[in-house]
Design a protein around this ligand. Sequence first.
Ligand code: B12
Ligand code: SF4
Ligand code: SF4
Length: 373
Amino acid sequence: MPMTPERIPGPDRDLPSQGPEEPDTNSRGPQDLREEIRTLALRCGFDRAGFAPAGPARHADRFREWLDRGFAAGMDYLARSADRRSDPRRILPEARSVIALAVHYGEPGEAERSVRSLAEARTLSMEGRGEISRYARGTDYHRILDARLKDLCGILASRYPSHRFRYQADTGAVLERAWAEAAGIGWIGKNACAIDSQRGSYFFIAVIISTLEVPPDAPAANHCGSCRLCLDACPTEAIVEPFRVDSRRCISYLTIENRGPIPEPLRPALGGLVFGCDICQEVCPFNRPDRLGGDPDLRSRPENRHPALRELAALDAEGFAARFPRSAVRRAKAAGFLRNVQAALRNSVGDPAPGAAGDQRSGAPGPAPRSSP
Ligand code: B12
Ligand code: SF4
Ligand code: SF4
């Protein structure tokens, strides 16, 4: 009986118990094995796959330094799981390989502004329109990636029944960007995002930790060179130095994970951004508009491209759930989202919508363990 694939549990949950192991039915050469898994990954809906030997994560020391400097803001779960994040063998002690996978999102039509600035972001909000970051405009990617991971790991478990395959996309305790870089999927840019030189950085990362030994790919080489467009474009100066984002200043954190008020001095910098922020990716020369184009299942819903702020401000909790079905936007909760809309409205017209309660909703407790970027 083949082993069942296992989802890596979230930050604070226990690992599932291990089942009995059975001998392999397949004895292929190592390079064949790598290409076989890559082909299977593509067949299961991943755009790219790469392999790295399991061991300490790249930049684990830098991750700890990032934590020590307070850059995790209210995401306390990152420090609580720091040991596990630093080495996947803490999750699966017999792990030999990490398979890093990419699924691209975004559409060419969404790259209408290849150069962004605070002024441009504000122009949108001046027209009374908000902006939801690309990754969250369609169906929640967790659902889509989880289904594909389950398929892929199911196939791998049936082909290699004596081996274990533990998967995650976003929510488990693994430094996904570090593994994407180690497995050749993309280098970590100065904006902290993993970037592929051909297809840019608008991709999600998933990982499979396995006891199967797969020959590694070469790690991705960094191509940022002397460029610093992302550092200069960030409207809140959250990229405090190359490769280091201070979440306390990052609009993505402030509009998604943060459960408290948005610090007053940073509010104007949001412009019309009501959920997440893509500015440090939009300016990146590797996100060339003609090369963008993502998975059809992750396409934007048209109503989520530039929604009217007044329409959003009129939502109550039920209306919010109905407006964003199966959407990553729900991560902010109605209170957080409406807080963001109020800030964007102020940037747009100077005053919040009459009767809206955004600021009153902003005193909610601190963030829960994350389940979206
Ligand atoms: C916490 C988190 C956030 C936080 C913190 C972001 C951050 N920069 O760390 C917030 C809420 C701000 C956030 C925002 C976003 N996120 Co997020 N987030 C995560 C999460 C859950 C953990 C990341 C983490 O551990 N951060 C701690 C930092 C230190 O680690 P790191 O990001 O891996 O950064 C590495 C480098 O910076 C390097 N490093 C540090 N210092 C130095 C110095 C030098 C010299 C060098 C070479 C390297 C280096 O070490 C780190 C260790 O790997 C991951 C999922 C996961 N489990 O990994 C998704 C994830 C990183 N997020 C993702 C996305 C899409 C986003 C957003 C684009 C969403 C949006 N549009 O708003 C933004 C991008 C903001 C940005 N510029 O980083 C994707 C990234 C995909 C990609 N191609 O890179 C991930 C992988 C989710 C996924 N499964 O796809 N996110
Ligand atoms: S996501 Fe936005 S706020 Fe955060 S580092 Fe990038 S540009 Fe700055
Ligand atoms: S904008 Fe320039 S420095 Fe920033 S990530 Fe892209 S290439 Fe690297």
